[in-house]
Design a protein around this ligand. Sequence first.
Ligand code: PLP
Length: 421
Amino acid sequence: MADKRVPFTLEHVEKIAAAYPTPFHLYDERGIRANARRLKAAFAWNPGFREYFAVKACPNPFLMKLLKAEGFGMDCSSLPELLLSERIGVTGESIMFTSNDTPADEFVKAKALGAVINLDDLSHIPFLEASAGLPELVCFRYNPGPLKGGNAIIGNPEQAKYGFTREQLFEGYRQLKAKGVRRFGLHTMVASNELNPQYFIDTAEILFDLAADISQAVGIAFDFINIGGGIGIPYRPEQEPVDLERVGEGVRQAYASRLIAKGHPDLKLYMECGRMVTGPYGYLVTRVRHVKKTYKTFVGLDACMANLMRPALYGAYHHITVPAKVDLPCDTVCDVTGSLCENNDKFAIDRALPALTPGDLVVIHDAGAHGHAMGFQYNGKLRSAELLLREDGSVVQIRRAETPGDYFATLDFGALAPFPV
Ligand SMILES: *Cc1c(COP(=O)(O)O)cnc(C)c1O
């Protein structure tokens, strides 16, 4: 069972909501730090272990700095993500740049920052060489194809646009070696929101065997292996969080038997999780605006799918807590909606909750990854503020809410007048 209690009291969250109008995203620093330390501890047996936070999950510089202080690197896949990392002082091999269909200017920036560049295709070798020049360290992304089952979010690896086939990897490392590249990495990322710990151990086994085969055939030793991200979180109360210690121990055994026992020198193990790092520690705090009863009961919030689109996008479950009514029976089945003019703008469908009334504060769980980050302005909906609940109980605003001025920022009404219509 996942713990779905919120890390604040009703009084506390009402006080926060009095200072910062709802809706807002609220991140729990204590939870993020404790979880980061647990992940590191599970892999402490590997002296080079590093987690690179997948910035796309929650691209806020305050949270990125907090994770940097916990020793994390940053996993970036676009120019703005590279710039965000640079702005918080994360450069060099503390950045892993994993992209696909990559524009030349992103390779140029990644190379200038000294980031670890992870290529998605054989054709990217000459493309990188021509646009930015080859760095001394290059990594390839492996797509295991039929060797690995996929899941609903990331799909079946054979259908996935990412990565090299096994044969292409051998060819690619041969080319790199011939071109004078001296250090090598191997990466894969095949799962998303996976809750089975064995899945990650299996993936590591595939990568370790592959690295051993490539090392032997091509005559190179790997600097690091990045086993990717994709550790899931228990969105539903009846789900279990991934047992990180079990994953760490299983990967340790595979590392010992499949690499070290075969004579491969020690290498660094990397991960690039996003969701599990911030997801469970972010809450979308919103208020009930209207309750309407037609063919069913609709509870309308002041948040909408622009603040958290996972339910609309994937039919995802997000747990809902009503802090003032946690002791009341969940005897009212309702749809919990936003105000966007799309009928899939619903945070929950047919959810049993305590009877809600306008003004009730509602907390939507597990919004700390792909929550604010996936926000958009469709239908004139504006992105909310982000707040950080510090370990001492104080709150800092780490991103202000958007205003209509932000919505208009890219428009030029001055250019309207001479426009002949
Ligand atoms: C999204 C992504 C991640 C992080 O995935 P999570 O499911 O958030 O752990 C890591 N690597 C790459 C290349 C990604 O695209």
